[in-house]
Write a protein that binds this ligand. Structure first.
Ligand SMILES: NC(=O)c1ccc[n+]([C@@H]2O[C@H](COP(=O)([O-])OP(=O)(O)OC[C@H]3O[C@@H](n4cnc5c(N)ncnc54)[C@H](OP(=O)(O)O)[C@@H]3O)[C@@H](O)[C@H]2O)c1
Length: 255
């Protein structure tokens, strides 16, 4: 099987690194010359990667085509490409929906939207796909955990939560910077904070069968530091602001 990627930015390169370090069977990965720097470094790193001259060459040579460009670029270039009905097209593009993709692609290719996130390069993280597709599910299960979603309206809810990634990292940065200001070496501060949140996340995954509110409760000693932290953040409206942020991202996706 030949896999083609149109756009070689952050998400394409993360998925490609995941694939190349996984048990996925493929003959070749054909990538676009853009971004040149990332494309060249992937080609140097993995031997089954080749760089096409242009986007049409990627479509012509691939069984599966991954659309990994921004929405603005996608709107401009997809309609000009000639796809084949026998192809599977997997779109990572956040704000182009299935009916718009169908119109742009014209032929009856299988079209699936997927939301991998950068930790897929480590073969970790959820990958919501819509509509359900067994082959695409099996593929992403080798580099992450696929969640099949029946309708696009529901999948938009997952897209909305994936918009919290940068804010999450920024919280880690803010806490680490606070430690640094208190005189801790940056390396030690960042090691402590990232390891702490990794452990908390692993614990949350292990306990995810129960409602998360139990973890919130169990992590507080009465009158303890965590109780104090939670109270202050709730009073300051931090969690309300999380909901408002999600609603705002959702509104943009639900056009
Ligand atoms: N980043 C994430 O975590 C993430 C997760 C899930 C989905 N997505 C979605 O994936 C898409 C790509 O996101 P990204 O973060 O990977 O963006 P990105 O890093 O900006 O990558 C976009 C890529 O498109 C290339 N490009 C621009 N014009 C092109 C053209 N005419 N033909 C072919 N390639 C072209 C860019 O090349 P140049 O650098 O040369 O311009 C770049 O390699 C977006 O729609 C985003 O919503 C992203």
């Amino acid at each position: 099987m030949k896999l083609g990627f149109i756009g070689t930015g952050k998400i394409a390169s993360s998925v490609i690194i995941g694939i190349c370090n996984s048990k996925i069977e493929y003959n070749q990965i054909i990538i676009s010359p853009r971004n040149r720097k990332i494309a060249n470094s992937l080609k140097r790193r993995f031997k089954k990667i080749s760089i096409a001259k242009n986007n049409q060459e990627i479509v012509d040579k691939s069984n599966w085509v991954f659309l990994s460009v921004t929405p603005k670029v996608g709107e401009k270039i997809i309609k000009r490409l000639k796809f084949k009905a026998s192809q599977t097209v997997v779109s990572f593009i956040s704000t182009i929906n299935l009916s718009e993709l169908k119109k742009m692609i014209k032929v009856k290719s299988k079209i699936v939207r997927a939301i991998p996130l950068p930790p897929i390069s480590l073969k970790k993280g959820p990958v919501p796909i819509c509509p359900p597709n067994k082959k695409v599910k099996n593929f992403f299960d080798k580099i992450g955990s696929t969640i099949e979603i029946k309708n696009e309206k529901l999948s938009i809810n997952f897209w909305s939560t994936s918009g919290m990634m940068a804010s999450y990292y920024d919280m880690l940065r803010v806490i680490s910077d606070w430690l640094v200001k208190k005189g801790i070496k940056r390396q030690d501060a960042q090691k402590y904070i990232t390891t702490l949140f990794l452990a908390l996340s692993e614990d949350a995954v292990v306990n995810s069968q129960k409602e998360l509110k139990y973890l919130v409760k169990e992590s507080q000693t009465p009158k303890g530091l965590n109780e104090q932290g939670l109270k202050i953040m709730s009073k300051k409206g931090v969690y309300k602001s999380v909901i408002n942020t999600l609603n705002s991202i959702h509104k943009r996706l639900n056009k």
